[in-house]
Unconditional design. Sequence first.
Length: 289
Amino acid sequence: MTIADLLSVFSEFAFMRRALAGCLVLSVAAAPVGVFLMLRRLSLTGDAMAHAILPGVAAGYLLAGLNLWAMTAGGLVAGLAIALTASVVTRLTPLREDASLATLYLVSLALGVILISARGSAVDVMHLLFGSVLAIDDTALTFIGIVASITVVAFATLWRPLVLECVDPGFLKAAGGRGAIIHVAFMLVMVLNLIAGFQALGTLLSVGLMMLPAASARFWTRSLGIMTLLAMVFAALSSIAGLTASFAANLPSGPAIIVAAGIVYAVSVSLGPVGGLFSRLRPTRHRTG
């Protein structure tokens, strides 16, 4: 079977086209968020927040079933509540923010599973935890597109302040106290993208399409703009490869996409010219004379 035969499934099957469209739009929106999470040393925050939205998603599911907007509203409220609670605990106690998030997301994850199990089945639990990218419908595509549009506008507006906050977190605070506003806006965009990713990859894997392409791009360039574009490209290629492999080998589609992104990451760690293993092991040529 040739590559052309594998790619032909996207023209033959409507559900594959919807899955691909959803993943490509997610690639454009989520990958830049992952780049800034990585640069701000908040990579694990994304993972914690992906777990934190589960109780809200579960509450929306219990109230309205598999209703996209109810689960989205619940996930947004839960994610922001966890983020704000972690910030308050960090400010008022000696506990660091990463430790606060770790404790809160573990409780959130357990609570979410309990809520789903209270009225649902094992199938419902698996759907919410790991998603069903091949089941994306027009409503989910519309929501993902809305989130992507909000993300693009947010980054176009906040790009310079976000870059400044990565370089010197204290500058914005000293320049007028806008640092907290920028941080809250960024966290809101991150939560929205995690909820959009949940539609395709579930709450446990949605952060994968956000962080793995961003980490891969870090090994190919030092330019932030190029790094962001590369992260989008890597996310898109992982989506295409994962969906194709899942169809050809009858694999779970969401995990296949994340494994494909993991392969891109492994290649980047090994061969990337900026800090990759091969570049570090290659002997340095010294000028003579």
